[in-house]
Design a protein around this ligand. Sequence first.
Ligand code: NDP
Length: 287
Amino acid sequence: MAQIIDGKAISQAIKDEVKQEVESLSGQGITVTLAVIQVGDNPASTVYVNNKKKACAYTGIRSLSWHLPEDTRQEELLALIGELNGRADVNGILVQLPLPAHIDEDAVIDAISPAKDVDGFHPRSVGALCIGKPGFLPCTPAGIIELLKRSGIEIAGRECVMIGRSNIVGKPMALLLLRENGTVTVAHSRTDKLKEVAGRADILIVATGRAKMITADYVKPGASVIDVGMDRDENNKLCGDVDYESVSRIAGAITPVPGGVGPMTIAMLMKNCLQAARMQAEGGREA
Ligand code: NDP
């Protein structure tokens, strides 16, 4: 049976590290602060926002929140972001996605100051990642690198296959694996012979949004398998993109769903808030 990569325990360790550092900044008179904006009442968004606020409370990060009505105009949202960009007591700004259809998400992401872009979605943060400059890393892929490192899984020189090429998971994940000296392949819905491609992986990362699509016949025995998916199975039970039951029998290591990648995303958000506060304290430089 595979080693189970315990995202709950690893994310807890990261939150405890952040908590200590937040305390130490507090001793220097710096209150790490995250502004969280939700527009509308998407129930999943409400759960995510609440979980982020809970993590802030745990780590000692002050969270300020704005819950705007569904019919908020884009200009109103942009004006709020502009105000928060200018506030010296706000270190990070998070706008919970998705936004209502009448609001242009790209325009909203672009409006957030790159120095406060704790989600790592601003084109400047993405560009920095692409050319290997310092900047905020998107939380889910950054969390996966932490999971691998803290589980003792070597990335350098290994065959890494990323299935999925979204802007928030697949593409930045591929860049981060490359930064860690992995040999990286990105597969997607148009990839030919996906089983063969996936079967080459020492590290297989799956973010397709297709419940349990990766079965044991996609996986090289002994591979490390990271399941990003958050799907529902035929009984409406939370599951991943990987068929845990069959894959855990042949993989060397595997993340469960829930309790794998999910908790890491929020822990890394807390880390990014800390990074934002530090950078701003060091003289207003951007991250
Ligand atoms: P997207 O829908 O944006 O992207 C899915 C990707 O998977 C696309 O690149 C698509 O290819 C590819 N794909 C879809 N079907 C197949 C297939 N049959 N074979 C090969 N590739 C396929 O999803 P996200 O990246 O946003 O999310 C993926 C999953 O991860 C979801 O379940 C989501 O809920 C979860 N998630 C979890 C997070 C966490 O914190 N745990 C955070 C973010 C996401 P193509 O580009 O060709 O269409």
